[in-house]
Design a protein around this ligand. Structure first.
Ligand code: ADP
Ligand code: MG
Length: 356
């Protein structure tokens, strides 16, 4: 990492989101019951680096993205851009924040308005963010430039098109171009390729990687596919039931996972070989992973403890902090508590985790 990359552009600390729940579910609800969607999450995004946030469906990934984009108020915690906290939603500082931190959604069809053309979407974004230039000529240049950045060329071929006239990959490229119109520093990409055909996923990920390089963007890449994290991300963080359980450089986390959950996640990916090849095609084998816990009444202590093959007594009562596993990796797991009777060596070798 260069010095430039070591300073965080966007940081979150103690990020927490509880959604109040009312009415009759299957669970007997206490008064003030809440979905503990995100609890005490810390992360930092750096210039020119992709950080993957990996987890099963329902683990809180999209909520983290919405909290970072300030689309939803947080229950607790801090979000800082270049060290400055934005506390009030609305106002000039908030608008500047929203320009610098852009979100790309999973479904480009839903995020583009079907009654408007590509020209309309991009022109509007350029105007909103003050990058449309001073005259019609400037605007045409800016539009061509944006489409060029996402490799939709020649621009004239795309500007008049409506979303339904584009392929899924082209739609996602338009959504990316719209985000770039803000000239952001941070791109939060929430499962940006999971709705696309397998054959074009790689193209869109490669585009995002090129954009990251070209504009020194800090990218958060959200995915349920840990294989694609290894392929695409510099750093990988793993989330389970609303909490971060492991993080570090992608190679280390995916090849030598430390947290028992990450190991299970990798072992249950249908074909371990594909981790080495490219971007995965399959969903997780849910049966191997078992059921994630209720987020209304999450387990005490480590949330993974009911499913953990290494569960110890304290795991059922105490939330594990982050322990450094080595200089490239940390895990929120009591197995790595060096203060107790020497550093515990986990009993499952990484090779069991589908690490060929
Ligand atoms: P992921 O993106 O990892 O699939 P989400 O962040 O979408 O997970 O959801 C995390 C948890 O929060 C889920 O249990 C989901 O049902 C719940 N949740 C998300 N948004 C809301 C909301 N607006 N109101 C209530 N619960 C929500
Ligand atoms: Mg999601």
């Amino acid at each position: 990492m260069t010095a430039e990359q070591t300073t965080a552009v966007l940081e979150a600390e103690g990020l927490t989101k509880h959604f109040p729940v009312r009415g009759a579910g299957r669970e007997v609800l206490r008064r003030g019951a809440a979905v503990h969607a995100v609890d005490d999450v810390a992360l930092s995004l750096h210039r020119g680096r992709v950080t993957a946030l990996v987890g099963e469906s329902g683990s809180g990934k999209s909520t983290v993205a919405r909290l970072l984009a300030q689309l939803q108020p947080r229950t607790a915690g801090a979000v800082r851009l270049h060290g400055r906290e934005v506390t009030v939603r609305g106002g000039r500082k908030f608008r500047a924040y929203c320009r610098q931190v852009q979100l790309i959604f999973q479904d480009p069809f839903a995020s583009l308005n079907p009654v408007h053309t590509v020209r309309y979407h991009l022109t509007r974004a350029l105007r909103v963010h003050g990058h449309a230039g001073r005259n019609a000529r400037d605007l045409e240049d800016a539009l061509a430039d944006l489409l060029g950045r996402v490799r939709l060329t020649p621009a004239e071929q795309y500007l008049a098109k409506y979303p339904h006239e584009l392929s899924g990959g082209q739609r996602q490229r338009v959504a990316i171009a719209r985000a770039l119109a803000a000239e952001p520093e941070v791109l939060l990409a929430d499962e940006p390729v999971s709705m696309l055909d397998v054959s074009i996923r790689l193209g869109v990920l490669n585009l995002l990687r090129d954009l990251k390089e070209q504009f020194s963007l800090a990218v958060l890449y959200i995915t349920h596919d840990i294989a694609s994290a290894r392929y695409f991300a510099d750093d990988t963080m793993v989330m389970y039931a609303g909490r971060m359980v492991e993080g570090g450089d992608s190679e280390t986390v995916t090849q030598s996972p430390a947290h028992p959950y990450t190991r299970l996640l990798i072992a249950s990916a249908p074909d371990p070989e594909r981790i080495a090849s490219a971007v995965g095609t399959a969903e997780l084998a849910e049966d191997d992973l078992g059921e994630p816990p209720s987020l209304v009444t999450p387990p005490e202590g480590c949330r993974f403890n009911p499913r953990c093959p290494h569960v110890m007594e304290r795991c059922r009562t105490d939330v594990p902090p982050r322990f450094e596993v080595n200089e490239r990796q940390w895990a929120a797991c009591w197995l790595y508590d060096g203060s107790e009777s020497g550093t515990a060596t986990p009993t499952t070798p990484a090779s069991e985790a589908g690490d060929a």
